[in-house]
Design a protein around this ligand. Structure first.
Ligand SMILES: *Cc1c(COP(=O)(O)O)cnc(C)c1O
Length: 729
């Protein structure tokens, strides 16, 4: 089913789309020009961009058969009716824009809540310009321009993540509506990979038309070749990804007609038979596959396990260490168990920036373990869930020589200063994965909906393709909408991302520097919040991300000493002074690199002190954090046009033993000073720093303002909690 289509795809690549690629101005570096700004300070430029979008769109409408008539004649009655209609539209629009004032002020310096900050002007202008054309990327026929934009963006994402566009095994990427659907597609493809070889073996046995291929050989997980029909079901289920997706072509190479292979697979395949049917008729008694995820996994993986018919019990959660990173001994134990029990593993997921802590899993060692288990006959696809972290890969991608146009070295620093060595090493390993999720609508600063999925081996996408005749004409142009879950999807989303990539290079000179600033700011924010309370204060703060001294098992005195260094030499300094101090003192630089989150999501919990002693009651501590969250979040709006009054926006979550395991939760509770009853969850707060300007606004560092807000809020919440519980101060 794929070859004809594939040839078309290759054919078009050299043709159209080149004008878009080559006509573009090179990216520049001036982040304050990229955003509308917290005060809308770039409104004039936004107006120009949106004016161009509308004017050029109207010109395109006029140029298409200019003598065609307008929608209706200009007689008096319709003129009047139109005026009424227009006035009503305007009034209703005002009703909407007035109500919208109650929204989360995402572009404010005070917003640290979810995985977003402001969206860029190019992504908005690109989106709106394209939205006026309302192209549907489900089929190239509905989107002759924007399909090409999506193909280009797919390549740019793949290259940024480290997949090699020039390798023999070519990558492929596309825009999905979000990271959840990208994860679902990756799991879908990985599950289907497992069943390719068993299906082909059955088809070869059953279908006379495939007789010439009965001697076809296949590489086993241990690297040795064998005749496909000699392999047992377990081995067939453990054929490597590249060998599995290449099997159809090997069968065709023996002289079987492609139509015959496809007709046979239409009878004998997972796609045709479904999971239950396939196991009943082809794989009697073989267990159905599992997916391994870290305890921090996003809830989309539970949806995927359900949708794919595996069931949520097939989602095996691997515990994480105290940094929130997948525990390697536990991963090994689970893989050993799967091997012993002959339980197929469809997918192992490494999270590159967990949703609640931005923890980066040890991908280097996970990939090594993958190779080791393949030698022993257990294979699986390896997926990186970099929905949040994907764009941070730009930090390790080299830029073309020379500074980007407009470069001015004011507040800046080499991104190398911000990336901790663990994170860098794991991002270097991204090319070892089979697929990667990344969200342009998160750290790519694009408007929703824009998620993304890249496969290392483009052939994998055929395992989730559905060639509806109305979408796929088997003809002239490639439709990329046939690969995946979605149907109709906005070409505008791809265009927004495309224009973003033309403005902000997908390497260290663009997104690398932009997100490098965010990492820098996240460290400064972590430093400020971690040192918010003195030793004898009315409250204490426990950052989830421990200071290096604590991580390394230092004594309480050593940890306190390091906290004092952070307070004295990092928190109080301006960026310039800090950069200068770090240049002079490498130990300060190492300390700075070692503090804060892996990737800009800082998690922390407050506890209260009474009569000089730290509270030991978990429910009281949880109540305090809830009260802080309540004061610094917006759940409902009166929709009367008032903008929010919350002086800062954060979010909250819980560490629950069900998800994270009791030892993890116990350790965090102990650090916070509370004894927690088994099974109880610990509430905590989250600040995501996606604001590149936070420590260097037009009026200097804004972090002290936020620290002061947090401090005042905790003190206020503490009073309330003590009063509710009738406790003395
Ligand atoms: C946000 C996120 C997702 C889901 O992405 P959506 O775009 O919100 O659907 C998946 N995985 C991780 C790690 C995430 O942070």
């Amino acid at each position: 089913m794929g070859s004809h289509f594939e040839a078309l795809l290759r054919g078009m690549k050299a043709g159209a789309g080149e004008a878009l690629r080559e006509g573009a101005k090179p990216p520049s570096f001036a982040p304050s020009a990229w955003f509308l700004g917290p005060n809308g300070e770039n409104a004039a430029h936004m107006q120009r961009l949106l004016g161009i979008a509308l004017d050029d769109h109207v010109a395109a409408r006029r140029d298409y058969f200019p003598t065609d008539p307008d929608s209706a004649a200009d007689d008096v009655e319709t003129e009047e009716a139109r005026a009424i209609s227009c006035a009503a539209m305007e009034e209703n629009l005002r009703l909407l824009t007035t109500a919208l004032r109650g929204s989360i002020p995402v572009a404010s310096h005070r917003n640290t809540s979810h995985m977003y900050w402001d969206i860029t002007m190019p992504s908005v202008a690109g989106y709106l310009a394209t939205m006026l054309f309302n192209q549907n990327n489900v089929a190239a026929e509905g989107s002759p321009v924007t399909t090409q934009l999506e193909i280009q963006v797919g390549e740019e994402m793949a290259a940024m993540l480290g997949y090699d566009l020039k390798a023999d095994v070519r990558p492929w990427g596309h825009i999905t509506c979000d990271g959840s659907v990208a994860n679902l597609e990756a799991a879908w493809a990985a599950r289907n990979v497992k069943y390719v070889a068993p299906a082909m073996a059955r088809a070869l046995r059953e279908e006379p038309s495939l007789a010439p291929a009965r001697h076809v050989t296949l590489r086993q997980p241990n690297g040795r070749w064998a005749r496909l029909l000699d392999l047992d079901p377990w081995t067939l289920l453990n054929i490597g990804v590249d060998d599995a997706v290449g099997l159809r072509a090997r069968v065709i190479d023996t002289g079987v007609a492609p139509e015959d292979v496809d007709a046979a697979l239409a009878r004998w395949s997972l796609r045709a038979m479904g999971l239950a049917g396939f196991h009943a008729e082809v794989l009697h008694g073989v267990k159905s596959p599992v997916i391994l995820v870290p305890a921090t996994a996003h809830y989309s993986w539970a949806k995927a396990a359900g949708l794919l018919g595996l069931g949520q019990r097939a989602l095996l959660r691997i515990p994480v260490d105290l940094d929130g990173r997948m525990s390697l001994p536990d991963l090994r134990r689970t893989l050993e168990q799967c091997l012993t029990e002959a339980r197929p593993v469809a997918l192992v997921v490494a999270v590159m920036g967990s949703t609640q802590e931005s923890a980066v899993d040890p991908l280097v060692q996970i990939a090594a373990m993958r190779d080791e288990f393949a030698d022993r006959g257990l294979t699986f696809a390896l997926h990186a869930d970099a929905a949040w972290g994907g764009y941070f890969a730009a930090l390790i991608r080299g830029a073309p020589p020379g500074p980007p146009p407009g470069e001015r070295f004011g507040f800046d620093h080499a991104p190398a200063e911000t990336l901790n060595p663990h994170v860098r090493a794991q991002f270097e390993a991204l090319p070892q994965t089979d697929s990667i999720t990344l969200d342009p609508h998160k750290a790519g600063y694009a408007p929703y909906p824009a998620g993304g999925l890249c496969y290392r081996n483009a052939e994998m996408r055929w395992l989730v393709a559905e060639m509806a005749p109305v979408v796929y004409h088997g003809g002239r142009v490639p439709s990329i909408g046939v690969f995946g879950v979605e149907g109709s999807k906005p070409g505008a989303a791809a265009a927004g991302v495309w224009l973003n990539h033309r403005t902000i290079a997908t390497d260290v000179s663009g997104y690398g520097r932009l997100l490098g600033r965010c990492l820098f700011n996240a460290k400064r924010f972590a430093a400020a919040v971690s040192t918010l309370a003195g030793p004898e204060d009315l409250f204490a703060v426990t950052p989830f991300q421990r200071l290096p001294a604590e991580r390394e098992g230092g004594t309480p005195a050593q940890i306190a000493a390091q906290r004092a260094v952070v307070a004295d030499r990092i928190v109080g300094y301006s960026n310039a002074a800090l950069m200068e101090a770090m240049a002079k003192d490498p130990s300060l630089k190492t300390l700075f690199q070692g503090i804060g989150p892996d990737l800009t999501v800082f998690a922390y919990a407050f506890n209260l002190r009474r009569g000089g002693a730290l509270n030991r009651d978990l429910s009281l501590m949880n109540a305090l954090n809830d009260a802080v969250f309540h004061r610094l979040s917006i759940e409902t709006s009166e929709q009367r046009g008032e903008v929010p009054t919350q002086p800062m926006i954060i979010t909250a979550s819980s560490f629950s033993p069900d998800d994270y395991g009791q030892p993890f939760v116990d350790a965090f509770a102990a650090r916070a000073g509370v004894a927690n009853p088994p099974g109880a969850s610990v509430r905590f707060l989250i600040s995501t720093i996606e604001n590149p300007f936070l420590s260097e606004t037009a009026e200097g560092n804004f972090i002290p303002t936020l620290a002061e807000v947090l401090r005042a809020t905790v003190l206020d919440a503490r009073k309330e909690i003590l009063a509710i519980h009738g406790l003395a101060d």
